[in-house]
Write a new protein. Structure first.
Length: 653
């Protein structure tokens, strides 16, 4: 009997020990540690590759150089995910910002080559190399020293991003957050080859990113218990399907991005969310551009509008938005009470004005075209030259500008205070105004909150990506061209299709593409508007302008900052011929201090049918559902301003 009891006790002890072993094996910390080790290996591999990279120029064949460039893209993107998560600003500045020609101490023929050219060149690859078009092969010694210099710079940046320190403070929740951010980035930037631009790197870089993502996510899949067999089987199916698709589709131009996103990336994004829930790992609670419950980049409620507000007083409330709508359409914001925000941003024209350049206060022409403000709230920089840091900040320039509303906030608030109705609305939206009175910030915040409700992310395209409705074959082909052969997605990033950079949406790109003064591709003269240069005084930012959204572009003609093109077809023809780079020799006299443009000087060679398909896709991005609301009446004013009670909603001109 005693022996039986002892045997039973021993069995129980063994069972308890086994349970503890299983618990250790299922501990998320083990997955976190494994991922840290895997990433360290990838970072070391990238460093080793960068060390060896310069030796392939010029003492090897073009085939080898081209292959090594593809490997560069692959190795770099395998290690990019956590680099972006840990140090997004540094990563952006050092690796993927639009290349900007900067003053440097480099001597010889490479003095004007931007430091990121090995990514967007690639240097030394004859079919793509800007260098070989500009300099003789006798300069090859400079090429090799240049590549060595730049790769060493990249290696130093990798050291600067101390990933080991970051991993030591990262738990399972943090790893899941990084994986979530990374799958969103892959779905947007990698699908458009935004980091490398050159076609040869497109699919290798996508493979590198996804290989790492699948490898890291698999460490958490290993934690699933046997009874969670459905999730295990689903992972095997989804990961295998994605790998197989990439293995069997290796041509950049014919790669079906729509199929890959809908059938692979979106399901994998959703799976990651389900996996985290199944493992009971808490979601990171943080204030960011992306909502915590967003499951993929085309999710209906992907964005958190409050992230883009300048302060918590500008966070959304229904009362603020309703008040802001009234102010947006009220011409009392102008000195003559005949102009409103809606004068240049009309709801019926997707909040543009349909003019080449907007009308000024004095009935003259303003310097630039009025862009749509639908989705403008989902970016940190405003105006063509990025001079405003928020929609609220933008209002300072508009209200006080003598050529626009020609007024002051003091004058505007005086008129507002003459209206008991306005005062009541302000007191309700901003309770502190009951004590402190209505201030400039309150007016700005109300309008900013309203403008952030002008959302256009429910087009036919968006619904299709969510599994609802259909797109035509031409529209699907147009999307694939947009992210592929036509290179639109290298600057106009999904899902906003503008220059606001996923996955953090903190940075807004600017580009110098050589927009002409006249709509001709025969005799070229660059538009003299110097763009961001007017603010910076840096000649190397000359002709740089913000990358606008192409959502609702079917309704927002004319196009470009100067409104030079009347149709989408003209815009596509401009890019098809490599933009202003086609006429760099013609524009040289007008470009003192600017070595070149940020477009790659390669024609797209789009066929006429491809151009039509591209236009059909752009039209599928139309969504003006937020443009339906216009106030039926404006608040009544009293006293000396009572004469304004017949003022026109939206202004006269």
């Amino acid at each position: 009997m005693k022996r039986s009891i002892l045997i039973l006790l021993a069995a129980i002890i063994v069972l308890i020990s086994l349970v503890k072993v299983i618990e250790v094996q299922k501990n998320p910390a083990s997955a976190t540690k494994a991922i840290g080790s895997l990433y360290s290996s990838q970072a070391r591999a990238l460093d080793s590759f960068l060390t060896a990279y310069p030796r392939y120029f010029y003492d090897s064949s073009y085939a080898i150089r081209n292959q090594k460039y593809k490997e560069l893209a692959y190795y770099f993107k395998r290690a990019a995910g956590f680099l972006i998560y840990f140090e997004p600003e540094l990563y952006y500045k050092e690796f993927i910002a639009p290349f900007k020609f900067e003053k440097n101490q480099r001597k010889g023929s490479l003095a004007t080559i931007p430091d990121d050219w090995i990514f967007t060149g690639p240097v030394g690859n004859e079919p793509d190399s800007f260098l070989l078009k500009s300099y003789s092969k006798d300069d090859s010694i400079y090429y090799k020293s240049f590549i060595t210099e730049v790769t060493n710079k990249y290696r130093k940046t990798l050291v600067q991003i101390n990933y080991k320190k970051y991993f030591s403070n990262l738990d399972a929740s943090g790893i899941f957050d990084a994986l979530r951010i990374e799958i969103f980035r892959i779905s947007a930037l990698d699908m458009g080859n935004s980091d490398f631009i050159i076609e040869a790197a497109g699919l290798p870089s996508l493979n590198g990113s996804l290989d790492s993502w699948l490898l890291f996510t698999n460490e958490f899949v290993k934690l699933l218990h046997d009874e969670q067999h459905f999730l295990k089987r689903q992972w095997i199916t989804l990961s295998g399907k994605a790998r197989n698709y990439l293995a069997n589709n290796k041509d950049f131009k014919t790669f079906n991005r729509m199929v890959f996103i809908k059938s692979n990336l979106i399901p994998l994004s959703q799976y990651l969310n389900n996996l985290q829930v199944a493992l009971g790992i808490p979601f990171v609670q943080k204030f960011s551009a992306i909502r915590a419950d967003a499951k993929h980049i085309y999710d209906k409620n992907f964005f958190n509008p409050n992230f883009f507000a300048p302060n918590d007083n500008a966070y959304y409330s229904e009362e603020k938005a309703s008040l802001g709508e009234l102010l947006f359409f009220d011409p009392i914001l102008s000195d003559n009470n005949k102009r409103a925000c809606a004068s240049c941003h009309k709801p019926g024209l997707a909040f543009t004005d349909g003019l080449v350049k907007s009308i000024s206060f004095e009935f003259k022409e303003l310097p630039r075209n009025a862009p749509t403000i639908i989705n403008a709230g989902f970016q940190k920089k405003q105006f063509w030259d990025l001079r405003a840091t928020s929609l609220e900040d933008q209002l300072d320039s508009v209200v006080n500008n003598a050529s626009e509303l020609h007024s002051s906030f003091e004058h505007v608030i005086e008129k507002i205070n003459s209206s008991p109705q306005y005062i009541k609305l302000f007191n309700k939206a901003f309770p502190k105004t009951t004590r402190n009175g209505i201030k400039r910030e309150d007016v700005k915040n109300a309008i900013g909150v309203y403008e952030r409700t002008l959302v256009g992310l429910n087009s036919r395209f968006d619904e299709f990506m969510r599994g609802n409705g259909e797109l035509t074959g031409g529209e699907v082909n147009g999307f694939n061209l947009y992210l592929g052969k036509a290179r639109c997605g290298t600057c106009h990033f999904a899902p906003l299709f503008n220059g606001t950079l996923p996955p953090f949406f903190n940075f807004t790109d600017i580009q110098a593409i050589g927009v002409p003064l006249k709509d001709t591709m025969v005799k070229f003269k660059i538009d003299p508007d110097a763009g961001r240069f007017k603010l910076t005084g840096d000649s190397f930012t000359k002709f740089f302008f913000k990358t606008p959204t192409i959502r609702n572009s079917a309704l927002t003609a004319p196009y470009m900052h100067n409104g030079v093109y009347k149709t989408l077809e003209q815009v596509i023809d401009f890019y098809d011929q490599a933009g202003g780079t086609k006429f760099e020799n013609d524009m040289r006299p007008d470009m003192v201090g600017l070595p070149g443009l940020t477009l790659i000087a390669l024609k797209l060679n789009l066929s006429e049918s491809e151009k039509k398909e591209l236009v059909s896709f752009l039209r599928a991005l139309t969504d003006t559902s937020s443009a339906n609301g216009v106030p039926g009446a404006l608040p009544v004013l009293t006293g000396k301003y009572a004469f304004l009670n017949k003022r026109v909603i939206g202004g006269v001109y």
